[in-house]
Design a protein around this ligand. Structure first.
Ligand code: FES
Length: 127
């Protein structure tokens, strides 16, 4: 599965928002650093976080077990599945927020914004 990723931190630098329809288009044209925008391949049985780390990226995490939300990503396109029993509320899941330590794409292609742990409301979930 191919995942195109974008660092949430660069959104505010450029005046972009998570809801922008052409967010990834703008990102691809913005000459961003390789750790802020790019692609990773997620192998079978690998989590998105593991796939990113395998490529040498350091994405935020803490518990690696679905209990802290530090590793949260926002899925902008595609779908990512997560096991039950994790910390996110149904509202966040409806908004496409996933925990990268325990989740992986189910679609061949996905677009995710990583590093969204500072999203309003997610902050309070973080332990
Ligand atoms: Fe804690 Fe993923 S690192 S939920």
């Amino acid at each position: 599965k191919r995942v195109e990723f974008l660092n949430y931190d660069v959104l505010s630098d450029h005046g972009w928002s998570l809801d922008d329809d052409d967010l990834f288009e703008k990102a691809s044209e913005a000459d961003l650093a390789p750790e802020d925008y790019g692609r990773v391949l997620v192998k079978p049985r690998e989590s998105l976080l593991e796939a990113a780390e395998e490529r040498g990226f350091t994405w935020p995490y803490s518990c690696r077990g679905g209990a802290c939300a530090n590793c949260a990503v926002a899925v902008v396109e595609g779908e990512m599945e997560m096991p039950a029993g994790q910390i996110l509320t149904p509202e966040f899941i409806d908004q496409g927020i996933r925990l990268s330590c325990i989740s992986a794409p189910t679609t061949d292609e996905a677009k995710v914004v990583f590093n969204v742990k500072h999203l309003p409301g997610l902050d309070e979930l973080r332990l």
